[in-house]
Ligand binder design. Structure first.
Ligand code: ADP
Length: 471
């Protein structure tokens, strides 16, 4: 069993701390320990990042890009090791873990280049004797708090633009999946980032979070996780007026219209729903199918769902791994039981074994059921029928969340009208997997603030400076 350490100011340390065990959700086996850091370690990391900021922000963007690119190359050489580590701590099938490492690395290559395009502006002045300029500069030290469902991508999606912009970072990965993050940091060290530019602290989430929130040197918080914790962190950022980016919960609708290509729609909702065993914030959580094709859609869907293989993610051919923990299983089972009790029809699945839940499809769903009210975060697909597109839009928008939505139709004019009416930050139109490093990811309403990815993503780490020159 490996004992991992914290990475603070370019040094690996166990800090003389007690430890937290990291378990493999597929086997229950303890695979490693991490230090149980707290406010002291959080402060040391913030000290280091603050100290490193003046040097790092003075590097040219080309020098920063070279280091990010070196890190990218090292990650590429270590995809298999990172993917196996991820599957062991998180549970997702190895093929998905490999895909996540490549996706995560995509943020490094993209932002290494995008940093070179942090352009300023000149503005025509009213007065003849003035010249007005705008430049952009890094916000400073950035606190990064990430969840367990994407142990690599949630980190690089935040820190690639932060580092490219010239910020230094202090990271707290999820306590359930810290190992991939620590391995990424080992590779960053090998790439040669100056000490203090990137720091990782594991341990007591609340203590670490509070230390960073209270620290006025930390100028930005970027968080992905639950809406409840996000709101808490947003409140906690108020006293020092930190910039905040929040990627919170979702409750994604998928609307299958009568003129959809049904095979495409079936494939789209399956990949959107069952990836990572349904544990993504952009997973289709509720599927609305137009009445005239409702039965046909279900008939085509069920055989495909039955083909999905549940098992240990390390085994070849596994499509759905274990859920992250017992609490997750209980929530998923409660959603299934509630729907059945209220009259839903169980088409396939419905139960599980240990942390392994069967892929489940429920039909005859109505909006009073729990699975239509809150995020399930598991492999359960509730299907409900609708009569008119207006009804589907109204039901899709009837949520406090607004992260991702999916629309399936071959009539692009109608499709675009539906997309425009949806109150969601991301819409997959005939596409079940819209996430990609070049495009903005983020939500409307209580799904969050700000965007990650694309040229939008780097703005979150930049301050605008206006310079008025009197001649
Ligand atoms: P999830 O339900 O996905 O686990 P959480 O919001 O609980 O979502 O966790 C996301 C991240 O936020 C994790 O790294 C977790 O340790 C961290 N976290 C949870 N509570 C707090 C808190 N009070 N302060 C700071 N970080 C927190």
């Amino acid at each position: 069993m490996e004992k991992y350490k914290l990475f603070i100011n370019g040094e690996w340390t166990d800090g003389g701390l007690d430890t937290i065990e990291v378990k493999n959700p597929a086997t229950g086996e303890i695979i490693a320990t991490i230090p149980n850091g707290g406010s002291r370690e959080a402060k040391l990391a913030a000290d280091a990042a603050y100290e490193a900021f003046s040097e790092w922000s003075a590097f040219s963007v080309y020098e920063r890009a070279d280091l990010i690119r070196k890190w990218y190359d090292l990650i590429n050489e270590n995809i298999e090791d990172l993917a196996v580590t991820m599957t062991k701590e998180q549970g997702k099938p190895l093929k998905e873990a490999r895909g996540e490492v490549a996706y995560a690395n995509g943020f490094l290559s993209w932002y290494a280049e995008e940093g070179k395009r942090i352009y300023g502006e000149t503005i025509p002045a009213i007065q003849r004797n003035k010249r007005l300029f705008v430049s952009k500069q890094p916000v400073g030290v950035v606190a990064v708090i990430t969840p367990w469902n994407f142990p690599a991508a949630m980190i690089t999606r935040k820190i690639a633009p932060a580092l490219a912009a010239g910020c230094t970072v202090i990271i707290k990965p999820a306590e359930l999946t810290p190992l991939t993050a620590l391995k990424l940091a080992e590779l960053a060290e090998k790439a040669g980032f100056p000490k203090g530019v990137l720091n990782i602290v594991t341990g007591e989430a609340k203590d670490i979070g509070e230390a960073w929130l209270a620290d006025e040197r930390v100028r930005k918080l970027t968080f992905t996780g639950s809406t409840a914790v996000g709101k808490q962190l947003m409140r906690g950022s108020a006293d020092t007026v930190k910039k905040v980016s929040l990627e919170l919960g979702g409750h994604a609708p998928a609307i299958v219209m009568e003129d959809a290509d049904l095979d495409k729609a079936v494939e789209g909702v399956i990949s959107s729903k069952f990836r990572n065993a349904g544990q993504t914030c952009v997973c289709s959580n509720r599927v609305y199918v137009q009445e005239s094709i409702y039965q046909e859609f279900i008939d085509r869907l069920i055989p495909k769902v039955k083909e999905l293989k549940v098992g240990d993610g390390l085994e070849e051919g596994t499509d759905i791994g274990p859920l992250i923990n017992e609490k997750a299983v209980q929530k998923v089972q409660a959603h299934i039981d509630d729907a059945i009790k209220l009259g839903a029809k169980l088409e396939v699945g419905g139960t599980g074994n240990d942390l392994f839940m069967e892929p489940t499809v429920l039909s005859d769903i109505d909006d009073s059921m729990l699975c239509m009210q809150e995020e399930t975060f598991g492999p359960v697909m509730p299907i409900s029928s609708f009569k008119t597109v207006e009804e589907a839009i109204q039901r899709a928008n009837d949520s406090i969340y607004g992260l991702a939505a999916y629309v399936f139709t071959e009539n692009i004019s109608r499709g675009i009208r539906v997309v425009e009416a949806l109150e969601f930050g991301i819409v997959g139109l005939n596409d079940g997997l819209p996430s990609t490093p070049q495009a903005p990811f983020g939500g409307f309403k209580q799904s969050g603030l700000g965007r990650e990815g694309g040229h939008f993503g780097i703005e979150e780490f930049l301050e605008v400076k206006y310079i008025s020159l009197g001649l």
